[in-house]
Write a protein that binds this ligand. Structure first.
Ligand code: UT7
Length: 388
């Protein structure tokens, strides 16, 4: 009994999404490649998607979603212990986009790293963060799923360019003694399917060269039907596994929040689980497939639409490049809707973001001064020897 009282649980206390303003419709794409609105709607369920503007990146979308999540949680960013960004389109191979988020938010005490697990990335991040919070070493974590897939989409390839979109979603997790929150998660991988969904060049196997660029190897390559078959098998399987692990059943689930890739995959998953399609949340029509961002964006929209209430059991389930799959059973622990944070709190966070920017500028400046003004050497004990 005492053991149970000591258990810590990871609760979602904040959530936020960000999507670019620019809407690209199926008809817009039909003007670019040999496709039709009818084909895209019938085969995928997608009507439109959001595409990042020139100034938008995975970082800017992550930041916007993160600030909204912190607002919903009414939390000072300096209290975060951990920032995870799940993405396959980071701003740079390194540094991690999560570090740039950490700096811009002023999350001074947070560890930060990116996570690459394809479209399952957000649940991988959620599971990792929940485990660290439950373990006792961390109190508060920010988990973001964010993508600018438009930057790695081949806009001449009709078999992929109609599918993808840009966006970001974020949640704030907080450790607590009250049972609930992230009850269980299931993560899986099958690397033998790596080439089924791949960005062929740009890594150490095929660094960028004029040839790789000319061969269009810096764009997504996908064997759609293979992924489709994998997805329809793995979605119900992973969802059932996680519910079993959480000691719950499919019937207990109020809402499934699945990865948004294709409405036909969602229908097949609903059928495989024996649940009505209404319990399988879909916003695919308006955003397309946003990879790591799709589940947190869908979660935010389900909350906005009043489909999630306190104590409801929700099940997030996804699959993606790797191949990977992941599912999480979450017992919603907050009363909804949440009150808008008081103005002084909002003003405080606004101020913190400005201070974070100044702090970042100051640190960059200091690094410059430090290196330029002093000819720094180290002695044999690793101590700095300043020499003018
Ligand atoms: O997040 C994980 C990432 N990806 C996925 O989850 C994707 C999973 N796969 C899918 O959603 C589906 O396989 C697609 C939507 C990608 C494709 O749908 P499909 O029903 O499997 O189509 P298909 O690849 O079998 O192609 C059928 C036909 C082909 O023409 P032929 O050979 O039958 O003459 C394609 O060339 O449709 C053609 N086609 C198109 N036609 C018009 C393929 N793309 C298009 C297009 N517009 N955009």
């Amino acid at each position: 009994m005492a053991e149970h009282q000591d258990l810590r649980h990871a609760h979602i206390v904040g959530w936020g999404k960000a999507v670019p303003e620019r809407v690209v419709t199926n008809d817009d794409l039909a003007a670019m490649v040999d496709t039709t609105d009818e084909w895209i709607r019938q085969r995928t369920g997608i009507i439109e998607r959001r595409i990042a503007g020139d100034q938008e990146t995975t970082l800017t979308l992550s930041l916007e979603a993160a600030r909204r999540a912190l607002d919903a949680a009414n939390m000072d960013p300096a209290r975060l212990d951990l920032v995870i960004v799940a993405t396959v389109t980071p701003d740079h191979a390194f540094p991690a986009t999560a570090c740039l988020v950490q700096d811009a938010l002023g999350a001074e005490h947070a560890a930060a790293f990116d996570l690459s697990a394809g479209c399952s990335g957000f649940i991988y991040g959620l599971s990792l963060a929940a485990g660290l919070l439950a373990g006792g070493g961390y109190e508060r974590a920010l988990v973001i799923g964010a993508e600018t897939l438009s930057r790695i989409t081949d806009w001449t390839d009709r078999s992929t360019c109609v599918l993808f979109g840009d966006g970001a979603g974020a949640v704030v997790l907080q450790a607590g003694a009250t049972p609930g929150g992230v009850l269980a998660s299931v993560l899986g991988a099958d690397g033998s399917g790596g080439e089924v969904l791949i960005l062929p060049a740009g890594g150490s196997a095929h660094p960028a060269t004029a040839e790789t660029v000319a061969a269009r190897q810096h764009f997504i390559r996908m064997q759609g039907q293979q992924v489709f078959r994998f997805a329809t098998r793995i979605m119900p399987e992973a969802a059932r596994q996680v519910l079993l692990k959480a000691g719950r059943t499919v019937e207990d689930v109020v809402l499934f929040v699945p990865h948004q890739a294709n409405d036909r995959i969602l229908q097949a998953a609903a059928k495989g689980l024996g649940v009505p399609e209404e319990r399988m949340f879909s916003n695919l029509a308006h955003y397309g497939n946003t990879s790591s961002a799709s589940i947190p964006i869908a979660l935010c929209e389900a909350i906005e639409q009043g489909l999630v209430q306190r104590d409801d059991l929700i099940c997030c389930v996804g699959f993606g490049a790797g191949l990977t799959w992941a599912a999480a059973a979450i017992q919603w622990s907050l009363p909804l809707p949440v009150a808008v944070p008081a103005r002084p709190h909002q003003a405080w966070r606004w101020l913190r973001y400005r201070v974070a920017r100044l702090r970042s500028l100051w640190r960059r400046l200091w690094r410059l001064v430090d290196a330029r003004l002093f000819n720094i050497r180290y002695d044999e004990n690793g101590r700095r020897k300043y020499k003018r």
